[in-house]
Design a protein around this ligand. Structure first.
Ligand code: ADP
Length: 357
């Protein structure tokens, strides 16, 4: 132990001792004075000076001894009930500062422990758990973004190398340049989605409500995929109720439909069918986007709204697993509901229910 801390502890001890000394001296003096005056009154005894002096010395010794006992007992009590819990909480906090979020403090079961300590420990453990969760999410996020960036980046790199070859035919040059454009578009799309999702999660986007015809919006969004369904020979079926006016953020909602349509076309093979329907009640509008594509297992269905989740681990279908996370966030912000029904090899139906105003 350092010299400074020994002096500090001695001073602390003396301070404690002095407080108890005063307390005990006061109590014993009062009791003795009361006892002596009662005794001399009832027995009519007059004490000589030497008797008084001997009694005073004995009383002083008693006071000193009792104070010492009280001080030691109090120090032990404080060590067990205050200093030890504070020390274990401080040690755990220091480990958290160093980045170890696995630390937990054991609840105290000892007699005489202030219950407030257990409440602090409980809050502390919950805080450590939350921090650990956030840290895992942050690490996963970085790992996912880096992973998703690698594929388009290496595609761009490869095509760039190929473009450097001399005597390249026009046809090849155009093919390689297209590869670079596609790769960079994938990267740009991913970045846009990450930024959008981040802003949605941090509540930086406030829905700008306007009144518009939901059926018209669905048709406009669907028409953007005309070239895709024509190329893949996919049949389109629509059953869209007329004049379903909603009061919502049109731009945010268009992201929902675009993502659902893009997935439906992406996961439906040539010759399949995509159906879109819109029904409405007085207060709600329900949109269903169904396809006859590959479908998904229940296990996949349970995770599709998570960031970066892709059902196909081989990543044979292009994507980055952000689309449905974005869709879910928008639907949540609009206090709507989204559900999915799917059967492997048969198809998938997404149902979105939003309030009309
Ligand atoms: P991405 O499509 O970019 O991979 P999404 O978040 O849009 O990311 O979708 C996550 C996963 O959900 C997809 O990888 C796929 O496994 C599954 N999924 C989404 N829509 C469909 C669909 N219509 N049919 C089958 N699987 C789907």
């Amino acid at each position: 132990m350092k010299k400074g801390s020994i002096v500090k502890n001695v001073l602390k001890f003396l301070n404690h001792y002095f407080v108890f000394f005063l307390l005990v001296a006061f109590v014993i003096t009062c009791c003795t004075m009361l006892f002596v005056s009662m005794l001399s009154l009832s027995l009519e005894i007059t004490l000589s000076e030497s008797d008084i002096s001997a009694a005073a010395k004995l009383t002083f010794l008693n006071v000193a001894l009792l104070s010492l006992i009280f001080t030691i007992v109090d120090i032990i009590r404080r060590k067990r009930t205050v200093e030890q819990p504070v020390k274990s909480i401080t040690n755990a906090a220091e480990r958290i500062i160093k980045g170890d979020f696995s630390v937990r403090v054991k609840p105290l079961g000892r007699l005489g422990i202030d219950e407030n300590f257990n409440r602090i420990i409980d809050c502390f453990n919950k805080m450590a758990e939350e921090l650990g969760g956030v840290e895992t999410l942050r690490n996963d996020f970085i790992a996912n973004v880096s992973h998703e960036m690698k594929t388009p980046l290496s595609v761009i790199q490869n095509y760039g190398t190929l473009l450097q070859a001399p005597d390249l035919s026009d046809e090849k040059r155009i093919e390689y340049a297209k590869g670079i454009t596609d790769g960079s578009r994938r990267l740009a799309d991913m970045m846009t989605n990450i930024l959008k999702l981040n802003r949605l999660e941090n509540q930086q986007i406030y829905p700008q409500k306007t009144e518009f015809d939901l059926g018209e919006q669905l048709c406009e969004c669907l028409l953007q995929y005309e070239s895709v369904w024509e190329k893949s020979n996919i049949e389109i079926e629509t059953d869209i109720a007329e004049e379903v006016i909603v009061n919502a953020d049109a731009e945010l909602l268009s992201h929902v439909w675009s993502n659902l349509f893009s997935n439906a076309f992406k996961f439906t093979p040539n010759g399949g069918k995509v159906s879109v329907s819109l029904t409405a009640t007085e207060h709600h509008a329900t949109v269903k986007v169904a396809d006859t594509g590959c479908g998904m297992t229940k296990e996949v269905g349970d995770h599709i709204f998570e960031k970066f989740y892709q059902g196909d681990a081989s990543r044979s279908v292009q994507g980055n697993g952000l689309g449905l996370a974005l869709v879910k966030r928008v639907v949540d912000i609009m206090q709507g509901e989204i559900g999915v029904e799917s059967a492997v090899g048969k198809g998938t139906t997404f149902t979105v229910r939003i309030r009309r105003s």
